[in-house]
Design a protein around this ligand. Structure first.
Ligand SMILES: [Zn+2]
Length: 103
């Protein structure tokens, strides 16, 4: 039996709630300097109730072959992936207009 979406009541395969949510997100991608001069790439502004942050973090970690975590409303990836993050997020269904890069 397939899972039913709480928002629209459709089975998860047919549900487009997350797609719509992704298109209407306002996301900021920025670099943060960590201990020992290491950089982290943060994705901020994700709506946790609409986006599966852990799933997103997993996909991005695989893509960039780096470590990372999903926390309260943001995803943090080890290393500087600022340049490549936007096209990757677009590939995952986010709207290019909603992604802002900050250095
Ligand atoms: Zn739905």
């Amino acid at each position: 039996m397939s899972e039913i979406c709480n928002t629209c009541g459709l089975p998860k395969e047919l549900c487009v709630c997350e797609t719509i949510a992704k298109e209407s997100q306002k996301i900021v991608v920025r670099l943060v300097k960590k201990k020992f001069g290491k950089m982290s790439t943060m994705i901020i502004g994700l709506n946790e109730s609409e986006i599966d942050l852990r799933d997103l973090a997993k996909k991005l970690k695989n893509k960039f072959a780096c470590g990372g975590t999903a926390k309260d409303g943001y995803v943090e990836l080890q290393g500087d992936h600022l340049r490549d993050m936007k096209p990757e997020l677009v590939k995952l269904g986010f709207s290019p207009d909603s992604i802002e890069l900050k250095r």
